[in-house]
Design a protein. Structure first.
Lengths: 504, 710
């Protein structure tokens, strides 16, 4: 997933009280658990409607776990997970290992010279860079490109995917159900012994991805706004890593990350579809027994301190003006979370939201509006973010002013009972629809088990949200929407600044 | 392998777990893992009911989730559009939803559905229309009511019709953007015949011809309960919903007009090689094909297997030969073109670099010939069947999907167990049977060849390819829409006089003698609801060189045309300008004020009767009778005699044709000539751009160098 103006997946799940189908309520009782001695947890839900299954491997690690100097490594490792293992993707693993070692040595020599900084010899750098390319070419001779993906394609894979975000890394795909053992063979293998092949080529690809994101003015604003929103906590970092780090993270860095975080107790695998629990257990024993055991890595200890001073990030460029405002709110594990989630819907979800009605329909000063709780993660205390695309002839000042007026109205009066009802209905619908698909349900189960520690909580979420009252939302609004708690991001034309007597 | 073992052993010892695995461990070659027989696709047992009004409804309850999905298939389609109004059915479908019903207009419908988290959608394709709804159980009643409204009493408001037409026209304008799209489209024309209902396109003229009455008439003729099959799937009670459907649709009258006959598809008649030129590509599309078949053809399962083997994915013959072995294909494959309703187009294709077009064509022909003589190996057969049954599994991966497929079979007149029969047939078909079917259904002498690519780049290969017929893919412009009286000689004389006076008022001889002009302007462009700042510099060396530089927020773009040639830089480095663009630029130059004025005696100018008002001042209209520019009217200020407005049919930002209006204001004198310092452009009555001059430099001595490609 990339940075940018995306609303984070908000698990807005609310019940309007009654009508749950009998089948849905018994879903919880159909989920089965299996835990290996090394600590790896499997969740299985049998669904024999169609001969297919989906799985998700959820790792409780993401870009927030990158260390300074090696940002981007969580994401890099995820790319590596498709390059194969000692038995997939290589013509001769022993020989290849030797060749990869030579690449590492060449890279180390290049890094050593670069670390001389101003004293570095540019001719030497050029030669060392060429040497690295040469060593990579030699190592490449042993590689069977895309072997992993090809095997899956031959077997009818659908939605082959992986993603790295702040709080998590996920791997998923769907297969016809007679490929269950193939799945176990491949997934068990790459969780047990991934090989970091084609690493530096891939690092270049990721670097280009980053440059592409940088080319958008909005992307640049969001990046700096996010950094300004978090003084201490790692949510302020770019998921894809800083450009300078991306030029230097080595295979060893990625391997160190893996050693620490890809520990059996730090992952959950959920499988939903036409499979038998007994078969999954047998395959788990056979193919996942040697996933590295070890201590569960600790969560981040740094908590973002309370904000009491408004922060403003202004970016001037000839581009579509926008206004972003972020407010600090509790994380997803906090009992207050549900009120914050609903609050963001009241403010900014859909055409009947407060911001849409005021800024788009009434004042016509915005072309689009939105709000979302849990940007840019929800495992830790996070942000409720509000956005508006400024309409032609309108100013960012007018948009800002109108936003605060609407937020203050909610703080004073709270949402109406009717608003709450509609929001709960929509959230219920989106929750149910995501559970309907094998892959959607697999993702929810794995996420709840690994991030929140207990998959049963998935089935309690609906009830918890349904208990939120207008007063709860109003209180959350008053606590959250204070000027000292906000970080404002503005993208505006340079003329505006000149007109206001500001400097560029 | 040794490394793996020692790693494993080490970690096992550390865990204290006895070694479960052999030296190799469980890590056998993944391609040798046993794959048991695939479980069958879901068996469902819906309840089929026919209401008194003729509507057929399939009910399938599933209480796993509190959702209900409704889908209705209606017997209507683009194939029934009159030829001069192609696109009518498609637009009708769109506006049925966007415009809402007479009881609940489009915006109100959007809001109501949003607050219930329900959806209602309508669309009409070539051979059927679908209307669907999805809702949470508690909102079923409300949602079905709105759904029934949309189906029975659509409002068809004019503004939504206009919007749908605009969207359709944007689609037309971009239909030659991608050469793969061109190729498959033109193949249809060759396979069916140019104006056949299964091949014809919407055109600007056919969209323009569609009226609100047409939509109303279409809806009235086709949307009736006895022309629909509906499915209801999910968490509901069959009896209750049946009652509700009777309430909502029971009094809907049956159809009175008979259905038109469906078009007939025969064997492809086109023969030989056809070429469609697209000059801005570096590769060619080659397709060889002819008619396909209906799915109820007994050879369908075997032919599906045939095409999977020959051209279905990276294990196929075409892929292995033309791509893997010879490295000549960006993409290659084949398709059967089987349809439930009518035969599609069957074919074999390759996307290859321009340079290798001729060679690749040869290999493709060889591979087709081989496919018709060499029967599949057992391995090929097994792999193909596997792949096909795998994908079948995912298209029918829910009971709801199976239900809708069942309804489709009834709609198209297929037996209910058609899919099961197909699945069985695929499983048991032999290599001999596949080859035999191929021989029956692929006619080597009946195959037609289509090439789409840059003809200029292929010039050295053309003679080797042999004789070919060129296809004109240019998008027909709409006809003129200006209504004007027949012009008399006096009208044309007066037109010349008016423009003569305009020339004098704008600089006269100084204007005619102007050798070059450099103008800098700045302003804004409105696009997609946003305002974009733009500044431009235009250098003109009269009569036929012009270079325009545009600075936008995203970067700088340059276009330069001189003496029939041009180049451009759209932030990707200088490139030659395609011939069509050069022609377009030259056409625009015909409309330039200076050229219009100094060459007015070469134009046929018809003075229009009466007076008009341009920005509050009286003006006189002069119509230009021209082949090059349509609907071109020049407005001259009655007092100052200068040109203050010009209307013409041009191109919008999306490439679709638009009615353009340009306004010229704030004339000031610069070195003997008069120049409008403010310039506004309006497209289809929506403001597009406003520009203000910041500097003008006449006669600075520009040379041909300025316009040369760097």
């Amino acid at each position: 997933m990339k940075n940018g103006l995306i609303a984070a997946t908000c698990l807005c799940v609310l019940v309007s009280g009654s009508a749950f189908s009998a089948g849905f309520e018994s879903l919880e009782s159909q989920v089965k658990e299996y835990r290996l001695p090394n600590g790896l947890t499997f969740l299985v839900l049998e669904r024999h409607d169609a001969p297919v299954f989906s799985y998700v491997t959820y790792v409780d690690a993401g870009s927030v776990d990158d260390l300074p100097g090696t940002t981007g490594v969580a994401h890099m490792f995820e790319h590596m997970a498709f390059k194969g293992t000692p038995t997939v993707g290589t013509k001769d693993y022993t020989a290849e290992q030797g060749a990869m070692k030579k690449v590492d040595e060449a890279v180390a020599a290049l890094n050593a010279e670069q670390d001389k900084r101003q004293a570095a010899d540019s001719t030497k750098i050029a030669a060392l860079t060429a040497a690295v390319k040469e060593a990579e070419k030699k190592a490449q001779e042993y590689v069977i490109s895309n072997d992993f993906s090809k095997i899956l394609e031959e077997n009818g894979v659908v939605d082959l995917n992986a993603g790295t975000f702040t709080d998590w890394t996920q791997y998923s795909y769907s297969l016809p159900s007679n490929r269950l053992e193939l799945w176990a063979r491949l997934e068990g293998d790459r969780l047990t012994q991934p090989v970091m092949r084609e690493y530096y080529t891939e690092r270049d690809v990721v670097y280009e991805e980053r440059r592409f994101e940088e080319s958008s003015p909005v992307g640049r604003l969001v990046s700096e706004w996010l950094a300004a929103s978090f003084d201490a906590h790692a949510y302020g970092k770019d998921v894809i890593g800083y450009a300078s780090d991306l030029k230097r993270i080595t295979r060893e860095d990625a391997w160190d990350f893996r050693k620490k975080y890809y520990v059996a107790t730090n992952m959950t695998i959920a499988i939903v579809g036409d499979v038998r629990f007994e078969d999954v257990k047998k395959l788990a024993d056979k193919y996942f027994a040697n996933v590295q055991a070890g201590d569960d890595p600790p969560p981040l200890r740094t908590v973002e301190p309370r904000h009491d001073s408004e922060v403003r990030v202004i970016h001037e460029e000839e581009a579509q003006p926008i206004v972003l405002v972020g407010y600090h709110i509790p994380g997803g594990g906090d009992p207050e979370w549900f009120a914050a989630d609903i609050l963001s819907d009241v403010i900014g979800s859909g055409r009947t939201s407060r911001l849409y009605k005021r800024l788009v329909k009434q004042d016509k000063i915005a072309a689009q509006t939105g709000a979302s709780a849990g940007f840019i993660g929800d495992k830790y205390p996070t942000l409720l973010f509000v956005q508006a695309v400024v309409a032609k002839d309108a100013t960012t000042d007018a948009v800002e002013k109108a936003i605060y007026e609407e937020l203050n109205r909610v703080s004073k009066e709270g949402p109406t009972a009717d608003e709450l009802k509609k929001i709960k209905t929509r959230a219920q619908a989106s929750f149910i629809r995501s559970m309907r698909s094998n892959s959607g349900l697999a993702e929810e189960l794995a996420t709840y088990e690994e991030k929140w520690g207990d998959w049963h909580k998935l089935f309690k979420y609906l009830k918890a949200l349904n208990q939120v009252t207008p007063a709860d939302v109003q209180r959350m609004s008053a606590d959250t929407f204070r000027p000292g708690n906000r970080v404002v991001g503005i993208l505006r034309h340079p003329e505006t600044a000149a007109a206001e007597g500001g400097s560029k | 392998m040794r490394c793996t073992w020692s790693t494993l052993a080490a970690s096992l010892i550390a865990l204290g777990v006895p070694s479960l695995v052999s030296a190799q461990g469980p890590w056998v070659d993944p391609r040798t893992i046993p794959v048991p027989e695939l479980n069958p696709i879901p068996q469902i047992h819906p309840q089929r009911v026919q209401l008194k009004n003729g509507m057929i409804v399939y009910f399938l309850e599933n209480h796993e989730f509190p959702i209900v999905d409704v889908q209705a298939r209606v017997h209507v389609g683009g194939i029934y559009d009159p030829p001069e109004k192609v696109g009518l059915a498609s637009i009708t479908g769109r506006v049925m939803r966007s415009g809402g019903s007479t009881q609940t207009n489009g915006d109100a419908l959007d809001e109501k559905l949003e607050s219930m988290a329900s959806s209602v959608e309508v669309g009409i394709g070539d051979t059927d229309g679908t209307a669907s709804a999805s809702t949470l159980t508690p909102n079923l009643d409300q949602t079905l009511r709105l759904y029934a409204q949309v189906l029975r009493t659509p409002a068809f408001p004019q503004d939504k019709i206009d919007l749908a037409k605009k969207q359709e026209k944007t689609g037309i304008a971009s239909r030659n953007d991608e050469h793969l799209d061109i190729a498959f489209r033109e193949l249809s024309h060759l396979v069916y015949g140019k104006d056949h209902p299964y091949a014809r396109e919407t055109e600007y003229a056919t969209i323009d011809a569609i009226t609100r009455d047409d939509l109303i008439a279409l809806h009235k003729a086709y949307f009736h309960p006895d022309r629909m099959i509906m499915t209801v799937y999910g968490d509901f009670n069959t009896k209750k919903v049946q009652t509700l459907l009777n309430q909502l649709f029971g009094d809907w009258p049956k159809a009175t007009q008979p259905l038109p006959a469906d078009p007939v598809v025969g064997k492809t008649e086109a023969k030989g090689v056809f070429f469609a030129n697209k000059s801005d590509v570096t590769n060619s599309v080659i397709i060889i094909g002819h008619e396909g078949m209906r799915e109820d053809n007994p050879d369908y399962p075997a032919m599906d297997v045939f095409h999977q083997i020959v051209g279905g994915g990276f294990s196929s013959r075409l892929f292995n030969d033309i791509r893997t072995l010879r490295g000549l294909a960006y993409a290659t494959g084949s398709f059967l073109g089987a349809g439930l309703h009518h035969p599609g187009a069957q074919g074999f294709y390759v996307l290859t670099q321009s340079d290798s077009t001729r060679a690749t064509l040869g290999y493709l022909r060889n591979d087709i010939q081989q496919a018709l003589t060499q029967k599949p190996t057992e391995e090929e057969l097994k792999r193909a069947k596997d792949a096909m049954l795998n994908s079948l599994v995912f298209t029918l991966s829910s009971k709801g999907a199976v239900l809708n497929r069942m309804a489709a079979y009834e709609y198209y007149g297929y037996p209910a167990d058609f899919l099961t029969r197909y699945e069985k047939a695929v499983r048991v078909v032999t290599a001999d049977e596949v080859l035999a079917a191929a021989k029956r259904n692929v006619r080597p002498d009946g195959l037609v060849t289509l090439l789409v690519g840059d003809k200029a780049a292929l010039s050295s290969q053309l003679s080797a390819i042999g004789p070919m017929t060129d296809i004109d893919i240019s998008i027909p412009e709409p006809g003129t829409s200006t209504v004007r009286p027949e012009g008399s000689e006096a009208d044309f004389k007066r037109g010349q006089e008016l423009l003569g006076a305009a020339l004098e008022a704008t600089g006269g001889a100084a204007l005619s003698k102007l050798s070059d002009l450099t103008v800098e302007e700045s302003g804004t462009i409105s696009a997609q609801g946003m305002e974009i700042a733009i500044s431009t510099r235009t250098l003109s060396k009269f009569p036929d060189c012009e270079r325009s530089e545009q600075t936008l927020p995203m970067g700088k773009m340059i276009q330069s045309v001189c003496g029939g040639q041009g180049w451009m830089d759209a932030m990707q480095g200088p490139e030659d300008m395609p011939a069509e663009m050069v022609a377009e630029a030259e056409s625009e130059r015909n409309r330039q004020l200076r050229n219009v004025l100094t060459a007015h005696d070469q134009l046929k100018l018809q003075a229009m009767p009466g007076e008009t008002d341009v920005e509050g001042r009286p003006a006189l209209a002069v119509f230009v009778v021209s082949d090059k520019v349509k609907d071109w009217t020049i407005y001259v200020d009655k007092e100052t005699h200068r040109i203050v407005r010009m209307d013409y049919r041009g191109r919008g930002i999306t490439g679709a044709p638009v009615m353009a209006k340009e306004f010229f204001e704030d004339y000031r004198q610069v070195g003997g000539i008069w120049y409008p310092y403010k310039h506004r452009i309006v497209h289809d009555d929506a403001p597009l751009a406003t520009m203000t001059v910041s500097s003008i430099k006449p006669n600075t001595g520009l040379t041909a160098e300025t316009f040369k490609k760097p």
